[in-house]
Design a protein around this ligand. Sequence first.
Ligand code: 0O2
Length: 214
Amino acid sequence: MNQIDENWSSIEGDQSLPFAKLRVQYYSAMMQIIARIESLDQQLALSCARNPIHHIEKRIKSFHSISEKLAKQNRSVTIETIRANVLDVAGIRIVCSYVEDIYRVADMLKLQDDLQLIQIKDYIETPKPSGYRSYHMTVGAAVYGIDGKQMIPVEIQMRTIAMDFWASLEHQLKYKTNAMVSSSMRERLHSVAETIWFTDVEMQSIYMDINAIR
Ligand code: 0O2
């Protein structure tokens, strides 16, 4: 995606300012949630002597991807259709060391009662047919602007380093080669996802055993 589209500035005419304002709202909500997550990470580090979060990524969905998503739903692209039907315009990815860290951070976010819990998709408990594992949580954050308060959704994807390794490469393979991913390749990718899951479970078990004898 080119830089112009990333900034939503390819939108022309009278529509450009309302869309730019909408993007600012999503960006503000995303940065607000990142500040909360960083604070949780620092507080948890004090109690477990390590940072549960390995790293955080963020992105605002490109205008092109938003348009594609709405086109698949047979909807036109307006401020209203984006607000109502695209919940992942603002996206945060939290990459944790261990599986238990994901649930700990998620539970703490759920305690923040000024955030509106919109939806949870637990693809760790129930992986996708592809083998994809991650914990998805969509929350609404209040953004105060010149037009008053707006609740803005932010999608938070939480996964381990191992799950992130698989998802990043699988995403690249699927999107780069698209039609060429045969069913046998899908099976092999699924099998790698299972191996990675075994590794995650084993690493966590080793971590807990080492902690128990400390
Ligand atoms: P991108 O480029 O990452 O943004 P929805 O988004 O809710 O309308 P869906 O499919 O019900 O549609 O949402 P879901 O299941 O929560 O998945 C959305 C996101 O999860 C995807 O975003 C991917 O980031 C990730 N994801 C889901 N399934 C897979 C998978 O099989 N492999 C990989 N690598 N990632 C997956 P986008 O919008 O597809 O792409």
